[in-house]
Write a protein that binds this ligand. Structure first.
Ligand code: DAH
Length: 340
């Protein structure tokens, strides 16, 4: 009877395996018949009660049934695995003939854009674009610009001192002196570049920022000449009316000196973090070159005079593009940079 139970079990198991429509129902059938607590296992346990001769016969039969069911299970499982793989491959089909996405074109940094526009504007007026070192001598950065060691104006431009008495230049003005030394008078130059200050960083201050210095030396240069160039510069950049105001301003390297402010283009006047709630942004300090500076550059102040200005390039960029935090500029964040 145990033999007939076994063969009846075999056909039931074979039918279950055959009928399994999903991997899950196949596994359920496996557990039911072939599992550790399954039907075959419990017959195996009962075998101990059989007389030895019968035990050998039933044992053989049990093994044969087990092997046959296992192989049926394995081939059905393999069929399910293959079907799963086939459908996955079909879904993940890749068109290798599609064109590759390619390299995304870059864009120019807003500082570069505006620097180039200003270079175009000034070269069209006969100015040369010149350059100077970022690690500067104390003499070029301060003394030659009429700022002796004891002068309080040095405190306003706290900087980073480098071994050997050099400084990271605090402004682009030392390029004025280098240009005078190199080219003499008459002279028309601009000098865009990076400058450094020991600043507490916030929405409108960075330790590293950009300026554009300008200088014109000729005979009988007046404030009217200076204003002509300053206005032209602002019109070229904003291509719209900007409200400006001129106030006296002190810089040791000019006399008289001025602050040319523009009305804040971010808030339009009422006040915001960029204009420090004042409605105005200092953008264009300028003046007539101090005779001591001409002398330091090897130019005779009795023969020549000129004007100079130090445009805050970083501020100008922020104004034109309505950028409300200076830290965006050096963030390297492509979401910011791709807008230009
Ligand atoms: N170098 C000055 C600064 O960084 C700006 C400046 C003022 C430059 C007046 C000039 C000038 O050429 O005439 O604060």
């Amino acid at each position: 009877m145990i033999e007939s139970t076994l063969s009846e079990l075999e056909s039931r198991a074979a039918a279950s395996i055959d009928a399994a429509a999903t991997p899950d129902s196949l596994e359920t059938a496996r557990v039911e018949f072939l599992g550790r607590k399954g039907a075959l296992a419990s017959i195996g346990k009962d075998m101990g009660k059989l007389p030895p001769e019968q035990r050998a016969v039933v044992g053989k039969m049990l093994n044969a049934v087990k092997q046959s069911l296992e192989s049926q299970f394995d081939s059905k499982k393999a069929a399910f695995d293959k079907a799963a793989l086939d459908s996955r491959l079909a879904a993940e089909w890749l068109d290798v003939t599609r064109p590759a996405p390619g390299v995304r074109p870059g864009s120019l940094h807003p500082l570069t854009l505006i620097q180039r526009e200003l270079e175009d504007y000034f070269t069209s007026l006969g100015f040369a674009v010149v350059d100077g070192p970022e690690v500067e001598t104390e003499w070029h950065n301060f003394d030659a610009l009429n700022i002796p060691a004891t002068h309080p104006a040095r405190d306003a431009q706290d900087t980073f001192w480098v071994e050997g008495g050099h400084v990271l230049r605090t402004h682009t003005s030392p390029v004025q002196v280098r240009a005078m030394e190199k080219f003499g008078a008459p002279l028309r130059i601009i000098a865009p570049g990076r400058v450094f200050r020991n600043e507490e960083v916030d929405a409108s201050h960075e330790h590293t920022f950009y300026q554009l210095e300008g200088m014109m030396i000729d005979r009988d240069v007046s404030i009217a000449h200076m204003l002509y160039f300053m206005k032209g510069l602002l019109e070229a950049i904003f291509s719209r009316e900007v409200t400006v105001r001129l106030r006296p301003g002190f810089f040791p390297f000019v006399e008289p000196g001025f602050e040319l402010d523009i009305q804040c283009l971010i808030c339009g006047g009422p006040g915001c973090p960029v204009c420090k709630q004042s409605g105005w942004v200092e953008l264009l300090p300028c003046g007539l070159v101090h005779p001591n500076v001409l002398r330091a550059g090897g130019i005779d102040p009795d023969q020549w005079n000129g004007f100079a200005f130090g445009l805050g390039l970083t501020r100008l960029v922020m104004m034109r593009y309505a950028i409300d935090d200076i830290r965006h500029l050096a963030s390297g964040d492509l979401r910011f940079l791709r807008q230009f």
